[in-house]
Design a protein around this ligand. Structure first.
Ligand SMILES: [Zn+2]
Ligand SMILES: [Zn+2]
Length: 354
């Protein structure tokens, strides 16, 4: 049997390349030739430094990478829709398919302890030349989008789209984004496409603030600090923003997102981990605000997002600042861990030179 090199995350801020067998698709499965595989903040937070994740975020020593996009190389028996040559995004959690959450398309929330397995966490992911995936986990990638665009959709952009659909964004809204990492930048890009004319971003890393400005994703960027609520009010006629999206998971930034939102406004929390402290009466209740939590997305909404990206003519891959070959995977994760970058991708074939 053929072998291939694949990247693993043993912890201690290291990566490891190992030879593994190239998989063959069984019933209902496809083999995907990987083209782009992006690195997520959650890979760094839960796996790369230390294996901290539990349950759905528990890393079981598999091939890393849960944001895969590629082209179908071979198809196992029993597949019903996808065929050799199709360009596909992998929704990054394979669920049981028959629990209530799976039937809603939210495999992220699958309740089966036996069958819920996320790519790159509990089953092999995209940091290898080939990935074995289940046909039911695939989203067709339109010709107008690149594989790198698709990898961005597999986790980050899908997550952002879901959160923004919950709070609703239009040209009426000033939007505050706390945290300008890849998820925050994606938020800026989608809010812009949805019509927002006043997007304010807050971060601590100057490189990220500059990127948000250079790409036209934020109208104003603010260095994180104690005056942020007053600064945001000053940029919004004294009232605060209509919508706020926390992509930082930082306690102070989350409180800023809540307090800098005006009366009747809506806030969504996307950043994972940590805590937040606020005063329900003065910060939420008396101002009639609504606070949402949002975790990943459904596979049908991911399909919908892909259609909208084509309609809006925007390219998530524009947020990728660095592309690496698989044999440079150590540099890719180290850069992502530094935070001094946009999105980082491991690429193959035509996506390496894109
Ligand atoms: Zn992710
Ligand atoms: Zn399920």
């Amino acid at each position: 049997m053929a072998t291939m090199q694949a990247a693993f995350l043993p912890g201690n801020s290291t990566t490891q390349l190992k030879d593994v067998l190239q998989p063959e698709p069984g019933h209902g499965e496809v083999l995907i030739r990987m083209k782009a595989s992006t690195i997520c903040g959650s890979d760094i937070r839960c796996i790369y430094h230390e294996h901290l994740g539990k349950g759905p975020e528990g890393y079981q020593g598999v091939v890393a990478g849960h944001e895969p996009c590629g082209q179908i190389e071979s198809v196992g028996p029993g597949c019903r829709r996808f065929k050799v040559g199709d360009r596909v995004i992998v929704y990054h959690i394979s669920g049981c398919g028959v629990c209530n959450d799976c039937r809603r398309g939210y495999m992220i929330s699958c309740t089966s302890t036996q069958y819920r397995r996320a790519y790159g966490w509990q089953r092999d992911g995209g940091m290898a030349p080939y990935l074995l995936a289940e046909e039911k986990d695939l989203v067709l990638l339109p010709e107008e989008l690149s594989y790198a665009d698709g990898a961005q959709v597999a986790c980050g952009f899908g997550t952002v789209y879901e959160g923004l659909e919950k709070i609703g964004i239009s040209g009426n809204d000033a939007v505050l984004i706390t945290g300008l990492g890849p998820v925050g930048l994606a938020t800026g890009m989608l809010c812009r496409a949805m019509g927002s004319k006043n997007i304010i971003g807050i971060d601590v890393v100057p490189e990220r603030m500059k990127l948000a400005t250079d790409l036209g994703l934020c109208d104003h960027t603010l260095a994180s600090g104690p005056d942020n609520v007053a600064q945001v009010r000053a940029l919004t006629g004294g009232e605060g923003v209509e919508r706020a999206v926390d992509c930082s998971a930082h306690p102070a930034a989350r409180a800023t997102a809540i307090r800098a939102t005006r009366k009747w406004g809506k806030i969504v929390l996307l950043g994972e981990g940590g805590s937040v402290e606020f005063n329900p009466s003065s910060d939420m209740i008396h101002d009639q605000k609504t606070l949402y939590g949002s975790w990943v997305t459904s596979i049908w909404k991911m399909e919908e997002l892909v259609e909208r990206l084509v309609r809006w003519n925007i390219h998530p891959a524009d947020l990728i600042t660095h592309r690496f070959r698989l044999d440079q995977v150590a540099d890719a994760y180290a850069l992502m861990a530094s935070g001094k970058c946009g999105k980082v991708a491991v690429c193959f074939d035509e996506e390496l030179t894109a």
